[in-house]
Each structure stands twice: as structure tokens, then as C-alpha cells.
Design a protein around this ligand. Structure first.
Ligand code: SF4
Ligand code: SF4
Length: 445
């Protein structure tokens, strides 16, 4: 397929990256790419989504990777998957054998293997420049569910209406469901037998990069997982800490041991970020340390420094995030730094094993199977956000009282901007349209 036609299909089908910022898939297509990478690292602890999807749909996904190569005139594709996912690796090897330009790269069971800058390095040895994107080194990275959505759009003419979500933590039966986008978190948790603690805290995303959420929040195109945690759990307490308290604690206890810097995955790739220097500048309010402060622009927010590395239990990631947001508000963006062409020699010895991370986070008891359930889920109501990913929100084209069918276009992508349309995820009636969402009441019993 030609790239222009593929771009149109991906945009019209509303395909965003299934996780992270949700970069629209069509905008990643480029004729400057020589390597297409399938990201099956799934590095957040407890999530068991991509490995199961690749195992069950290896042929379709590998064929789609090959098609993406053809469309972009790329030389090869690489399936980057953790060696620990043995069944998934077997399925990928079996499906890839007929594709001369495809190969499987086995990733180590370390965190954060799925950060695409890290995945590119592990799969190709190339270092994405700090502040840059994989295309700058000839690579594009798609995750497993995104490629499955591309397959469905091309082969079955299906827009994105559903999302696979792993529900883990304090629920009776942890599982992975394919649910209509817009379904409430608590309804999804009810499918898993409900919560098993009093005063549960909903957490959207993985323990390392997720955020505290509400039971009434809804699934979007980027929701990979929901965790239910007791209020006194380490990851919840970390997330609840106020910036004022974090700064005060930094001032009194940061011993400048450099542990956060020594284990920082971006620093180890040679990117200009030194969280320990940032913490020193933050605790001294020292405006002269501009390099340390501007380093915040290159933080991936992987969370390793504050969830694992810091021996004093401080929160470098959260403070870096505050600085990054403040820069963004003022229109300050990272300058692309081209000169980091080699990783630090100590990098191989400073990777964080997943087992140790899970133990440090006190998550061992939650690290259980979360099998994919195949039953069709039909919520009574869905709320479809007009902004579900990076880029401009879509514009509603339906009104209250309209009857719609699953897959029908409800909101158009913004013109001449990075944007995606929104489609109905169930058959139903429009009961509310606001500036931010469309609410549908289901008509199927
Ligand atoms: S969150 Fe911490 S460890 Fe991760 S990239 Fe940022 S500074 Fe480095
Ligand atoms: S690891 Fe903690 S104590 Fe050590 S330099 Fe970093 S923030 Fe300070």
C-alpha cells in the first residue's frame, strides 16, 4: 500500500498509539524510515496486555509490520520483545519465518525497556538524540495493540472503538478485557469481581508512570491498565505527596549521593539530564545552575529515580515534572542535542531488573496472571472524550437525540492539525454533547 493512502486510512480510523501520550499513528509514517520496530516490551510492572495480544495475533501483526515496511520503503522490521515472554517469543518466531526483512530482538527483563528511546537503542544500537524522536535515527516504533488496530483498519475497515485494558491489584479476578472506549473504570473493575479492600484507590496506568484516578473516569484510546491499590500503599503515598513537602524533604535529606543520576536510563544513554544536579539546584533555589534545571526537559518521566533509585525516598521525577510543565507553559521546548552518539560504558551494569523493581515497590502479591477475556462487553452508557491523546481535540458532529451505531463517526479530527476523529463504541443514542465529550446511552440489551 502507498504511504499517502495508508496515512488517510490510519487517520480516518482514529488510530492513536495505545499507551503513553498516544501519538496519532498516521503522523509517524515517514519516507525517512529504514527500520520499523514493534514494541512488545510492556515494561510497566503487572501489565500483561501486549505479550498476550502478540501471542494470539502474531500472524496478523507480523504481516502488518511487513506492510508498514513496504509503505515507508523501510529495509527491515524488528519485533522487540522480552525474552522472558517465552510463549510470545515462540509465536513471533513462528510467524516471522516467512519474512526475509523481519527479525526478533530479545529484550532483557529490565525497567524501562519499553521507553521507545530505550527500545530503539536495544533493537538497533542507535541513540535517539535528546529532545528528538526515533525518526531522526531512521526508526519508527509502534506498540502491539496499535499494529493490531492498523491491521483491523486495513483488512476489516474497522475504526478504533475498543481498548484492551488490564485490571490488576486489589480486585478479585485480575484480567484483561477488550471494552468499548468510554466505559467507566468502576464498571470494568466490577467485571473483575470488584475490589478487595476498603477505600480502594484507582490508579490509571502502571505503578511507575500512572496517576491517581477516579472510579468514574472512563477508558480512552491510551488506557492500558487500571490498578486498584489500598490507600496506604507505597505507590499511592508517593503520588499523593505535595510538591511543597517534596521540596522541603529534598532540602533536608538529599545527600547528593547521585544514585538517581547513576541509574537514570536517559543519562546512561548520554542525554543531558542529571537528576541529582537538578535536586541540588531545587533545594538551594540556585538559579545559576541553568544546565541542571534545563535538564528537566529531557526527562522521560520513567519514575525510576523516585520509585527505586533514591535511598532517601525523595521525588526527583515529580519535581522534574513540575519544572517541565512550567517550561511548557512558557513555550520553552527542548533543543535537540545531536552529539550523544555513545551510551555510557557502565550502562550494562546499571539496568534495573524487573523482579527487584517489583519487590521494591511491594507489588509481589499483585504480580499474577491477567488473562485476556473474550466476552463482548456492553456497558449501558459510554462517555467518549473528544481529546484522548496528544494533539488537538476532535469536533462533535452529532447532537442530543441522534441514534448512532458502533463505528459511526461522532467527531471529526481538527483540520490542518495533529488530530484524530472519534467513533461510537456502542450502538446507542446521544444523550449529551459538551465541549469535551459525547455521552451515548446503549440501545443493545
Ligand atoms: S524520571 Fe528520573 S530516572 Fe527517569 S528519565 Fe527522569 S530523571 Fe531519569
Ligand atoms: S538519589 Fe536521592 S539523595 Fe541521592 S542525589 Fe538523588 S535525590 Fe539526592
Amino acid at each position: 500500500m502507498e504511504m499517502t493512502s495508508l496515512k488517510t486510512i490510519l487517520q480516518n480510523s482514529g488510530i492513536a498509539g495505545c499507551g503513553g501520550a498516544g501519538f496519532p499513528a498516521y503522523a509517524k509514517l515517514s519516507d525517512k524510515i529504514d527500520t520499523v520496530i514493534l514494541n512488545c516490551a510492556e515494561c510497566e510492572p503487572l501489565f500483561k496486555l501486549h505479550r498476550q495480544l502478540l501471542e494470539a495475533n502474531a500472524e496478523e501483526i507480523i504481516a502488518t509490520m511487513d506492510m508498514l515496511c513496504t509503505a515507508m520503503h523501510a529495509e527491515r522490521f524488528i519485533v522487540a520483545v522480552k525474552g522472558a515472554y517465552k510463549k510470545t517469543v515462540d509465536a513471533a518466531n513462528a510467524a516471522i519465518k516467512d519474512y526475509a526483512r523481519g527479525s526478533v530482538c530479545l529484550l532483557e527483563e529490565v525497567y524501562p525497556a519499553g521507553d521507545e528511546v530505550i527500545t530503539v537503542y536495544e533493537a538497533t544500537g542507535r541513540i535517539v538524540p535528546a529532545g528528538g524522536i526515533p525518526a531522526m535515527v531512521g526508526c519508527v516504533v509502534y506498540n502491539v495493540e496499535t499494529v493490531l488496530n492498523i491491521h483491523r483498519a486495513i483488512e476489516e475497515d474497522k475504526a478504533v472503538t475498543h481498548k484492551y485494558v488490564t485490571v490488576a491489584g486489589e480486585v478479585k479476578n485480575p484480567a484483561t478485557y477488550r471494552v468499548p472506549i468510554g466505559m467507566r473504570y468502576d464498571e470494568l473493575v466490577a467485571l473483575c469481581g470488584g475490589v478487595t479492600v476498603e477505600e480502594p484507590v484507582y490508579f490509571a496506568g502502571g505503578p511507575m508512570t500512572g496517576k491517581i484516578a477516579a472510579a468514574s473516569d472512563v477508558v480512552t484510546k491510551t488506557t492500558n491498565g487500571i490498578l486498584i491499590m489500598p490507600q496506604n500503599h507505597y505507590i499511592i503515598q508517593k503520588r499523593m505527596q505535595k510538591t511543597k513537602v517534596s521540596i522541603a524533604r529534598t532540602m533536608s535529606t538529599c545527600c547528593q549521593c547521585r544514585g538517581c543520576t547513576d541509574l537514570c536510563p536517559r543519562n546512561l544513554l548520554g542525554h543531558p539530564i542529571t537528576p541529582s544536579d537538578f535536586m541540588r539546584a531545587a533545594s538551594n533555589s540556585d538559579v545559576r545552575q541553568t544546565e541542571a534545571v534545563l535538564g528537566a526537559l529531557y526527562c522521560s518521566q520513567c519514575g525510576l529515580c523516585e520509585m527505586y533509585s533514591c535511598i532517601q525516598g525523595l521525588n526527583p521525577r515529580s519535581l522534574l515534572s513540575e519544572a517541565k510543565m512550567s517550561f511548557a507553559k512558557q513555550g520553552i521546548r527542548p533543543i535537540v542535542v545531536e552529539n550523544n552518539d555513545s551510551a555510557k560504558p557502565e550502562r550494562p551494569y546499571r539496568k534495573v531488573p524487573m523482579r527487584r523493581l517489583i519487590a521494591r515497590l511491594n507489588l509481589e502479591k499483585y504480580d499474577v496472571a491477567a488473562p485476556v477475556k473474550t466476552e463482548e462487553i456492553q456497558p449501558a452508557q459510554v462517555k467518549l472524550q473528544l481529546s484522548q491523546h496528544i494533539g488537538k481535540p476532535a469536533t462533535a458532529i452529532v447532537k442530543k437525540g441522534d441514534k448512532v451505531q458502533a463505528g459511526q463517526l461522532l467527531a471529526e479530527a481538527a483540520k490542518d492539525a495533529l488530530s484524530l476523529p472519534v467513533h461510537a463504541s456502542i450502538d446507542g443514542e446521544v444523550i449529551k454533547v459538551t465541549d469535551t465529550a459525547i455521552v451515548l446511552k446503549g440501545t443493545k440489551k
